[in-house]
Design a protein. Structure first.
Length: 253
């Protein structure tokens, strides 16, 4: 399985990281955010590598350079249709196996030797134990790396979650996609089609209640299901951020 998917509730939303949304000077605060998150969340112990900690941080809404993806087109369709019912949505699909052909030799060889399509946090940690090490590997050109987060809870498992990281905090996923048009496809979902797709997903039980297990997901499902269209437009679900922030938030994130 080499395709990963990302659903955005509005087709005009960008693939900007939550770190980039912090505004001017955001690259300088990345290491401070991570250091303090690890300091104050030390009892969580998600795993031994930096990438385990980044997965946990992203999962709980800390601004990071990561973006959320999924192996499931149905999960991506859920996040594309769960909010903003009057707006066109978009689903992105990236061939991560082809994307990894563009990795620096050290990363590419490690993945090939493992015989894997995407990295684990352990394998990525062996090649790039720090973000500074990852950044130095991008001497020739920016690259994107895809990895599976640890199974921190049922939400990650049920969403078939995958994370991507750019090789620099300043590197843009959108610019990287523009430079490598052969690696991806995107489908714009009209507002009219969105309603029908949403109904079919609900019928197939692809809902907040399943993808966001617990009372928060149950409440989000009921709120959307029983809300008038105008009210439903105000509150969509997101994979990593339970609260939408900024003008281009609200995506599968």
């Amino acid at each position: 399985m080499s395709l990963v998917f990302r659903g955005l509730a509005r087709w005009s939303y960008s693939n900007r990281s939550s770190l980039a949304r912090l505004g001017d000077g955001f690259p300088r605060v990345e290491r401070h955010l991570i250091r303090n998150f690890r300091k104050y969340a030390h009892r969580e112990r998600p795993g031994p590598t930096l990438w385990d900690w980044l997965s946990l941080a992203q999962h709980h809404g800390l601004p990071t350079r990561l973006l959320d993806w999924t192996f499931s087109p149905f999960v991506a369709a859920h996040f594309a249709t769960a909010s903003s019912p009057g707006s066109d949505a978009i689903i992105w699909a990236v061939d991560c196996a082809a994307a990894h052909e563009l990795l620096p030799p050290e990363l590419h060889h490690a993945l090939a030797e493992e015989g894997a399509t995407v990295f684990t946090t352990e394998l990525l940690g062996e090649c790039a134990p720090t973000l500074e090490r990852l950044d130095r590997l991008a001497a020739d050109a920016p690259f994107a790396v895809f990895f599976e987060p640890p199974s921190l809870d049922d939400r990650i498992v049920n969403q078939s979650a995958v994370l991507s990281a750019m090789s620099s905090p300043e590197a843009s996923m959108d610019q990287w996609l523009d430079a490598h048009g052969e690696l991806w496809h995107a489908w714009r979902i009209t507002a009219g089609a969105k309603e029908e797709i949403r109904a079919r997903l609900d019928q197939a039980n692809i809902t907040e209640r399943v993808l966001l297990p617990g009372l928060d997901g149950l409440a989000a499902w009921l709120r959307r299901y029983y809300s008038p269209t105008a009210a439903a437009d105000e509150g969509g679900a997101a994979m990593a951020l339970p609260v939408t922030v900024g003008t281009d938030q609200g995506e599968q994130a």
